[in-house]
Design a protein around this ligand. Sequence first.
Ligand SMILES: Cc1cc2nc3c(=O)[nH]c(=O)nc-3n(C[C@H](O)[C@H](O)[C@H](O)COP(=O)(O)O)c2cc1C
Length: 185
Amino acid sequence: MKTIVLYTSSTGSTERYAKDIANKIGGDVLPLKKFKWKNASDYDCFVFGGWVLNGKIQGLDDFLCHYEELNDAKKHILIFSSGLSFPSPEGRKDLINRNILDLYHVRYYQLRGSFDINKLNWRYKLAMKLMIKKVTGDPNSSLDQVAMYSSFLTTPIDYFDYEKVEKIVTVINKLSLEPIDVEVK
Ligand SMILES: Cc1cc2nc3c(=O)[nH]c(=O)nc-3n(C[C@H](O)[C@H](O)[C@H](O)COP(=O)(O)O)c2cc1C
């Protein structure tokens, strides 16, 4: 089974996940924007990973534009997101709702990425600084929240999730063992 991992990434953590998964399954890997959809028939399995910006998985809409074509051609589709929120059933459900993922027949994994304010472009840096200011200035924020958001200004964090990568790799390997439909005449 031939697999390609496509991704969007602003500071590199989703790219790292994508490359790690591709490396472990012996698949190809490309930024979503560089993939030529005329080559889609070369692959049996598509993995898409996108970073999360204000609850939206970046690039997901562009990837899912091709859902019908992939689904009709019986391709396997796995999606993962890379954000800072702690993965939880509620958080996963929220991301599914916000990204209208339940309209599609796909496997979805919520991964935790990394954060380094110095790697952000000026727009995202500004957005993040405003968010930090809002949380730290809000009297309803807990001490933990204030401490966590304040630390974002100074300390890079990396939550690379080795277990989830293994899980995704195992699923892809299992899918590759599924019998391929052969038309009997
Ligand atoms: C402006 C901004 C908004 C963000 N919004 C969210 C969010 O809503 N939920 C979340 O889990 N992470 C959020 N993040 C964190 C990123 O998704 C996280 O750092 C991710 O791992 C970055 O991936 P990348 O290194 O591939 O760009 C946000 C980051 C920035 C800069």
